[in-house]
Design a protein. Structure first.
Length: 459
């Protein structure tokens, strides 16, 4: 798309235009990469303590503008205000955590004959981060914070629908004292701006979060230059409830395991697998819990769930839910806005589209199983393997099932998936590589090996 096609940012709750943002062209990407490379060389030359200090100042600036960032997120993404505040706080925490790793990004001394062998971790150079619209701030920071901490420059391309918080973060970085051009934000259309970033020879690595379909395209384009790629893609996560679990607790926790962020979450537990002996009781408890979810104005402190991001996403979710399917339906506002009610479907064929494909909306299916083996088989009967939950009082079963389920992030008697201090990533078509955790910085480095001979000159 040409540059004259700007990005019109809509409020998903009202469908009103809240901002119009120019779209970057391929030429803009090229200019940004040249500037980023210059800034990166100076940044990497700074003493580690100075880089860490500047990142902490950036974290402080985010903290001081947390409410402003949260309100931007409410307007551009339709997130509930409570979630948006958490997201802004997560950016702050990620920057703090990454800053703590700058001075501990150490290599190794390897025993060898005839000398001393050292490994040195050096920054890659310019890193491209392509962030999604479902969690615009934190996921942008997942790549940006450790990449900067490791000595790289970052060019961030936010999603077309949610560029506002990214642009504000770039301003805060400059206000905090980060060098100009070190962290740049280029809003734009994926086929233009995103493709230019992926195909640019001056970009050493791409961090992409989004659909599996686009992720495969990013991998294919990047492979032409042997570009390093980290992909966090789709999910169809199971919520496995065994009959020996605390059924009341499992049913109470189930709604927000797939309704948080209106179901627009790759980790959403949208396949609820319940052992047949507890199936009827679980549904009996789940129905009032679903019906009690408040869907409405995301700026209202009492709202549990807001709208979907766009009209196209609303149409996609609707395509999975037909009138002939039974289950539990909550309530959603009528009128302007991209609203869809909390929906739990029962009596669904385990092989149906809604049971195996990522809906990315507030829709879950409940499937019964007989025993542990069938639970594992159902959990693994998908192309994805990002996250999941296991509810049981049996510690041995929890460990067995955790080892058997093919997913990167599992929780027992919990729906927690993401912590910035632990690794995150998927199996199968849910992605490649890991983000977050203690090894996050090393993913943005090259390992250089240096051998120093200690043998004296020949006599």
């Amino acid at each position: 798309m040409p540059a004259e096609h700007p990005l019109h940012v809509l409020n998903p709750a009202t469908e009103e235009v809240v901002a119009t943002v120019p779209a970057a062209t391929a030429a803009d990407v090229d200019t940004a990469v040249v500037r980023a490379a210059r800034a990166q060389a100076k940044w990497a030359a700074l003493p580690p303590a100075d880089r860490a200090r500047l990142l902490r100042r950036f974290a402080t600036a985010v903290d001081e503008h947390l409410e402003e960032l949260a309100q931007l997120e409410v307007r551009e993404a339709g997130h509930t205000v409570g979630n948006a505040r958490w997201e802004a706080g997560n950016v702050r925490d990620l920057l703090d955590y990454a800053a703590g790793g700058v001075e501990r990004l150490t290599g190794r001394q390897i025993p060898v004959a005839g000398g001393l062998d050292l490994t040195i971790l050096e920054p890659l150079g310019v890193v491209g981060v392509i962030a999604p619209w479902n969690f615009p701030m934190p996921i942008a920071a997942w790549g940006t914070a450790p990449a900067l901490a490791a000595g790289n420059a970052v060019i961030l391309k936010p999603a077309e629908t949610t560029p506002l918080t990214a642009l504000r973060l770039a301003e805060l970085a400059l206000e905090a004292g980060l060098p100009e051009d070190l962290f740049q934000v280029l809003p734009g259309h994926g086929p233009v701006t995103g493709t230019a970033l992926v195909e640019h020879p001056g970009v050493a690595k791409i961090v992409f979060t989004g659909s599996t379909t686009v992720g495969k395209q990013v991998l294919a384009k990047g492979s032409a230059l042997l570009k390093r790629v980290t992909l966090e893609l789709g999910g169809k996560s199971p919520n496995i409830v065994f009959a020996d679990a605390d059924i009341e607790a499992a049913a109470a926790a189930a709604p927000m395991s797939f309704l948080d962020n209106s179901g627009q979450d790759c980790c959403a537990r949208t396949r609820i697998l319940v052992q047949r002996a507890a199936y009827d009781r679980f549904l009996e408890l789940l129905a009032p819990a679903i019906e009690a979810v408040t869907v409405g104005d995301p700026a209202d402190e009492t709202t549990d769930m807001g709208p979907l991001i766009s009209k196209s996403q609303l149409e996609r979710v609707r395509s999975y839910v037909t009138d002939d399917l039974g289950g539990i339906r909550g309530k959603a506002p009528e009128g302007p806005g991209f609203w869809f009610p909390p929906t739990v479907l029962t009596g669904v064929d385990p092989h149906a589209r809604v049971a195996v494909e990522e809906v990315f909306g507030p829709v879950a299916v409940v499937l019964p199983f007989e025993d542990e083996a069938e639970a594992v088989a159902l959990a693994n009967a998908t192309d994805y393997g990002l996250s999941g939950s296991i509810w049981t009082r049996d510690v041995g079963r929890a460990l067995r099932v955790s080892q058997a389920v093919r997913a990167g992030n599992l929780s027992v008697n919990s729906h927690s998936s993401v912590r910035y201090w632990t690794p995150f990533g998927g199996f199968k078509q849910s992605g490649i590589g890991r983000e977050l955790g203690p090894d996050a910085l090393t993913a943005f480095t090259e390992t250089k090996n240096v051998f120093i001979s200690t043998e004296g000159p020949a006599q």
